[in-house]
Design a protein around this ligand. Structure first.
Ligand SMILES: Nc1ncnc2c1ncn2[C@@H]1O[C@H](COP(=O)(O)OP(=O)(O)O)[C@@H](O)[C@H]1O
Ligand SMILES: [Mg+2]
Length: 436
């Protein structure tokens, strides 16, 4: 605050009557009048002029006194009225609804914003119980909440920290609010003031975001499912159609080789045989990478075992799989088995690409209808920065997929160094079934 402003404020508060000079002059004149009175009392009968002067000056003092007192009373009243009016205009111009109730919880103040929010006029609600503004099922709770707040002696606090609070408009519409409450005593009576805000729009926007997040998750799951189906179809065709054609070609070639003379023609045919073998191997690999048909034909346990062996062979990282109570895996739903299989596949790819590990361990266990999978390595370990990489979608995709099925994924540094990834998913995919 600037010095000038402060001066303005003190000049408003102070009055010239309280100025030290005025007080000194007042005291001096009172002393003079008192002296005159004493002199008149002692020798007044002998000096009529003294008596006259004393009577006049006494009347003057009494007159001035009455004038000052009346003036003080009037300005004090004006001042209270002015500050009252200022307070009312502040309360009325507030954007939030402000409601004050007395100890019996009857409304004694209701500002303009409250009129708009509740669609009620001030004169309709003053003196009315606060309960009328609260939906029926919350009334008892609300009353005891305010009473217990009164007992705490705390001056103010936010209401409804955990749950959404609801209020009731005149036309019976319920709406969500955000509110705080405060208490104060005036002339021995206790008052509670509730300041509240209608959060209908915000809540609607929040619900909208939640719904669109849910929709996006649903959409991403559908897209993944469609991709998986497409891959399965191509894998099957590669395996069945192309596989059979290649086998037929191989048979024809060996028929031809038996009949060829031992010259460069036979050599060429032998080369073709080697190439055909390579083609068969490549086709099998491509088909298996697309979608292990084993997953559909033999189940998750066998497919995962094959995946681990194949990984060990291809990457040179020694890798073991341990299956605990794996019989229960027969109950697994198709979407869960695909998600788990793809997660293990991505984890093993990560180990090959990032970990620099010598060993890896995969464990499958089923307990109380939930699959627990652990993939651990003894490599360089994972850092929080790795998990936050913007362009890395492997772990993120896994987490999304597992969450969609009502499960959880956890990636952390393993106790013996390296990285440990843990997945927990209900065998039949909790949330997915619930949402469907
Ligand atoms: N087993 C692991 N050991 C060490 N670092 C890992 C391991 N797995 C993942 N990471 C780190 O986490 C990052 C994110 O992995 P991911 O989401 O699969 O994305 P991407 O493999 O495409 O980089 C990787 O870039 C890597 O730095
Ligand atoms: Mg990856």
């Amino acid at each position: 605050m600037k010095v000038e402003d402060r001066r303005v404020l003190t000049s408003v508060k102070g009055s010239y009557l309280r100025h030290p000079m005025t007080i000194a002059a007042g005291v001096a004149s009172l002393a003079a009048v008192l002296g005159l009175n004493v002199a008149a009392f002692i020798g007044g009968l002998g000096a009529p002029w003294l008596l006259g002067t004393v009577i006049l000056s006494d009347m003057l003092v009494i007159g001035v006194g009455i004038f000052i007192a009346a003036r003080e009373v009037l300005t004090a009243e004006n001042r209270t009225e002015a500050s009252q009016a200022r307070l009312e205009s502040i309360v009325d111009s507030a954007m939030d609804a402000i409601i004050t109730v007395d100890a019996e919880q009857n409304i004694v103040l209701f500002n303009r914003a409250a009129e708009q929010v509740f669609r009620l006029r001030r004169d309709q609600v003053l003196g009315m119980p606060l309960e009328r503004l609260i939906p029926g099922r919350w009334r008892a709770q609300h009353r005891s909440h305010i009473e217990s707040f009164g007992r705490t002696g705390v001056t103010s606090r936010r209401m409804g920290d955990v749950t959404t609070l609801w209020a009731l408009r005149a036309d019976g519409e319920e709406f969500p609010i955000e509110a705080s409450i405060s208490q104060a005593s005036e002339a021995g009576r206790r008052y509670f003031t509730v300041i509240l805000r209608d959060i209908t729009l915000r809540k609607r926007a929040e619900d909208e975001i939640k719904r669109s997040q849910h929709d996006l998750r649903e959409l991403s799951a559908r897209v993944l499912e469609a991709r998986e189906e497409e891959k399965t179809r191509i894998a099957r065709e590669l395996h069945d159609e192309l596989g059979q054609l290649l086998t037929a070609l191989k048979m024809d070639l060996s028929w031809l080789r038996e009949r060829l003379p031992d010259n460069e023609l036979l050599e060429k045919a032998n080369q073709m045989g080697t190439m055909l073998d390579q083609t068969v191997t490549s086709t099998r690999r491509i088909s298996a990478d697309l979608r292990p048909l084993m997953l559909d034909d033999l189940g998750l346990a066998d497919a995962a075992s094959w995946l681990v062996q194949d990984f060990a062979k291809r990457s040179g990282v020694a890798c073991d799989i341990r299956l605990v109570a794996a019989d229960a895996l027969e109950d697994v739903s198709k979407s869960v088995s695909t998600a788990v299989y793809r997660s293990v596949q991505e984890s093993l790819t990560n180990i090959a690409r990032h970990a620099g590990a010598k060993n890896a361990w995969v464990t499958f266990a089923v307990e109380d209808g939930t699959i627990h999978v652990e993939v651990e390595d003894d490599g360089r370990g994972i850092s929080p920065g790795d998990l936050a990489k913007a362009r890395s979608l492997g772990l993120r995709g896994m987490r999304e997929r597992v969450a969609y099925l009502g499960g959880e994924l956890e990636v952390a540094r393993a106790p013996r160094g390296g990285t440990r990834l843990r997945i927990r998913v209900p065998l039949r995919g909790g949330q997915h079934e619930a949402a469907a």
